[in-house]
Design a protein around this ligand. Structure first.
Ligand SMILES: Nc1ncnc2c1ncn2[C@@H]1O[C@H](COP(=O)(O)OP(=O)(O)O)[C@@H](O)[C@H]1O
Ligand SMILES: [Mg+2]
Length: 279
């Protein structure tokens, strides 16, 4: 894939007067200072601040130079796919991915994503000693918990997770773990870590199987129709700078398949459907 061209930050929501630049613009144009390295990251991930016109934000910067090659993702970059996931999320209007841009930094080109302050809320995931999920929960599957015992892995029956399940099906997320779900104090939920997405083969690996086989909500159907139109226009053009043409075609095919089936996808059986460990 050729080097991605710089994409101008979008202006989806006009910031209130005096509120300063849109977060994506702050991330794209702000002065980037590395503050530290995120230890648990599997690729180089740096905690940074960006400053623009007196406005400051924290962000994570993942330079392309720090990416480990992946045999099943030979084209493109993790950083490009992270930005592509943000673009698709923005096109849904659900705002499920923190503002994410490609930009230059002290270790070269990389992705920069707004840092989300996590506010612990009621658990989104649980392992329970039961055959069926309790009301308010959805079953993911049974898990071995040692000594031949199994427990039921469940996730919350939460409309934000349900939207994320649709987004993941569209972007073909191969790694939706619990640790990549970030709830905020104002009641929002963000998904992060979208480097292994958009593969041309079905690699959906997620915890969010609680609605598998059930009808998509009317809202999700509307959003998918919007994505179908977007992929033929503006969204498709934005993605062309980030992922391969074959990956865009496959994304279009996944959207069409979701609309044709009208249901949340089920595990394909060809690929481990649940990330392990789940957090
Ligand atoms: N935008 C963000 N806001 C808040 N925390 C983040 C953000 N991005 C990453 N993190 C934290 O950094 C950790 C490592 O980042 P992650 O995206 O999972 O990197 P990797 O691709 O190496 O797995 C995450 O598990 C999370 O705790
Ligand atoms: Mg991770």
């Amino acid at each position: 894939m050729s080097a991605p061209e710089r994409i101008p930050p979008r202006s989806v929501t006009a910031p209130a007067a005096g509120a300063g630049p849109h977060p994506a613009e702050l991330l794209a144009r702000g002065e980037l200072t590395v503050r530290g390295r995120i230890r648990e990251a599997s690729n180089a991930a740096l905690f940074c601040t960006v400053v623009l016109d007196g406005r400051q934000a924290s962000c994570v910067y993942k330079p392309v130079a720090g990416e480990r090659p992946l045999w099943d993702f030979p084209d493109g970059t993790l950083a490009g796919r992270e930005v592509a996931a943000y673009e698709v999320s923005e096109a849904t209007g659900w705002g499920l991915v923190p503002p994410t841009v490609l930009r230059d930094g002290p270790y070269g080109e990389g992705m920069c994503q707004l840092w989300i302050d996590v506010h612990a809320e009621a658990e989104l995931l649980a392992l329970v000693d039961a055959e069926e999920p309790a009301p308010g929960w959805r079953a993911i599957g049974f898990a071995e918990v040692g000594e031949g015992r199994t427990a039921l892995l469940v996730h919350a029956d939460d409309e934000r997770l349900r939207r994320l399940a649709v987004l993941d099906a569209v972007i073909n997320n191969a790694d939706r773990k619990g640790g990549h779900l970030l709830p905020t104090a104002d009641g929002r939920l963000y998904g992060i870590d979208h480097g292994v997405t958009f593969n041309v083969d079905n690699k959906l690996r997620t915890l969010l199987w609680g609605w598998a086989g059930e009808p998509l909500t009317p809202e999700a159907v509307d959003v998918l129709k919007g994505l179908r139109d977007g992929l033929a226009g503006e969204l498709g053009r934005r993605l062309a700078a980030l992922i391969t043409a074959a990956e865009i075609d496959a994304t279009r095919a996944r959207v069409d398949a979701l609309l044709a089936s009208g249901v949340h996808p089920e595990p394909s059986g060809e690929w481990p459907a649940i990330p392990w460990p789940p957090v």
